[in-house]
Design a binder for this molecule. Structure first.
Ligand code: AMP
Length: 115
């Protein structure tokens, strides 16, 4: 059992978040420190701590997670101009919350490469 994170508390409605989408597989909410005009985090309801543990989920759960990310981005109106999906993994990836999450960033032209 991994540690309880702030995202566990959001999913359990123990702390508030600006939720923008929810279905049986994923929850999406606005990042508290947005790095772009639109910055939303998507988490799977079946928890793994990191992207590197994705194989612990079923192929169906993995598919629903990524399909959920695309669906949220579309609902946020980002399809036309595009957006970026980022998953930070571990220390060097600057992951700060040990609950798998995808960042959706959009609403401006993003620079590349990231720092
Ligand atoms: P990462 O560095 O990839 O682990 O990203 C964690 C993200 O969670 C950061 O962008 C934070 O700004 C965001 N964050 C932390 N606490 C909250 C919160 N309570 N509600 C929404 N976003 C949060």
């Amino acid at each position: 059992m991994s540690d309880v994170t702030i995202f566990d508390k959001i999913i359990n409605r123990e702390i508030p978040a600006q939720i923008v989408y929810e279905d049986a597989s994923v929850l999406a909410f606005r990042d508290i420190q947005p790095q772009a005009p639109t910055h939303v985090l998507v988490i799977p309801k079946k928890k793994v701590a990191r992207f590197s543990q994705l194989a612990d989920l079923s192929p169906q759960d993995v598919g629903q997670f990524f399909a959920g990310v695309a669906k949220v981005a579309a609902q946020l109106g980002l399809d036309k101009n595009g957006y970026r999906v980022v998953v930070n993994n571990g220390r060097d990836g600057q992951q700060t919350v040990e609950y798998l999450h995808a960042h959706i960033l959009g609403g401006r032209s993003l620079t590349w490469p990231p720092g």
